[in-house]
Design a protein around this ligand. Sequence first.
Ligand SMILES: [Zn+2]
Length: 115
Amino acid sequence: MTVRKQKSAARWQDADELRWAVQNWVTRIGIKSVQVYVRPMKRKWASMSSSGRMTLDASLLKLPKELGEYVIVHELVHRLAPNHGKVFKSFMLAYLPDWEEREARLQKKVHALGN
Ligand SMILES: [Zn+2]
C-alpha cells in the first residue's frame, strides 16, 4: 500500500484536463463513452443524462483535483448503480477508497451534489 503525503492541492489546468479525466475514468470503469460538457451550474456539481451526457460545473476547476475526481467517479458509477445504495457504495470504495472523505470535503463547498 502506498502512503501519499498531501501536498498543496493540485488544481485542474483547464476544462480539457477535466474532460480528459472523465474519459480516463470511463475506460477504467469500463462503461460506454460519455459526452462531457463543462459549464457553470447553479445548484449541482454535475449531472448525467440517461443518454450519456455529463455536465460538470465549471467551478470544479477552482477546487482541488481530488474533489473534481470524486464528482466524476460519482456520476460515472451511477451508470452502474442508479441510487446511493450498497452497490453504489461498493463501487465507490473500489475506485476511490477515500471517497467518503472527499464527499465530506466537497459538501463544505458552495453547493451540494444533487444526484
Ligand atoms: Zn449521486
